[in-house]
Design a protein around this ligand. Structure first.
Ligand code: RB5
Length: 168
């Protein structure tokens, strides 16, 4: 039993070491970004910070979310976290970048099912809506989930990709 647990721990450690997590936030999400970066780093993830690197009261979420989303799209980042006050602006912005499948998440079911069924690669959070403890649970559910690649899921995503390419 002990060795099975050790194997599970080894595999979870390995998974974390292989992931690069990108994170971006405007002033509305800045505090939550700081908290999540600390939790991710403590948990063993490699985190790339796309800013804001300091609290700027009147900054604009696209300035941070677009570079994050492009990096996800290019495959440089395994998964992205985009945060603004409500999470809405970050989500709207991230989804404008081809190859990004972003969603505003506030429940753990959607945090993992969005990956399993829809291959969500950017999770958006509202820094003024979601507290840090639940946000951390959402992040863990997002990071621990894998796309299932069943025929019906890949079929649906092919339709989304065709729409993105202007073929639909
Ligand atoms: C804060 O200025 C707010 O507008 C922004 O962070 C975000 O909530 C937009 O969706």
């Amino acid at each position: 039993m002990e060795s099975a647990n050790n194997n599970e721990n080894d595999s979870a450690d390995h998974r974390r070491e292989e992931m690069i997590i990108g994170i971006a936030a405007d002033h509305g999400g800045f505090e939550l970004k700081v908290q999540l970066m600390a939790a991710l780093t403590f948990a063993g993830y490699l985190v790339k910070d796309f800013g804001a690197h300091e609290l700027i009261a009147d900054d604009d979420y696209p300035d941070y979310v677009v570079p994050l989303a492009r990096s996800v799209s290019r495959g440089e980042i395994t998964r992205g976290l985009a945060i603004c006050g409500s999470g809405v602006g970050a989500c709207v912005t991230a989804n404008k970048v081809p190859g990004v499948r972003a969603a505003l998440i506030s429940d753990t079911f959607s945090a993992h099912q969005g990956v399993e069924d829809d291959d969500m690669n950017v999770m958006c959070l509202g820094g003024r809506v979601t507290g840090s403890a639940i946000a951390w649970e959402l992040v863990q559910a997002f990071m621990n989930a894998d796309f299932k690649a069943n025929e019906r899921f890949t079929r649906r995503l092919a339709k989304v990709a065709a729409l993105e390419m202007g073929l639909e």
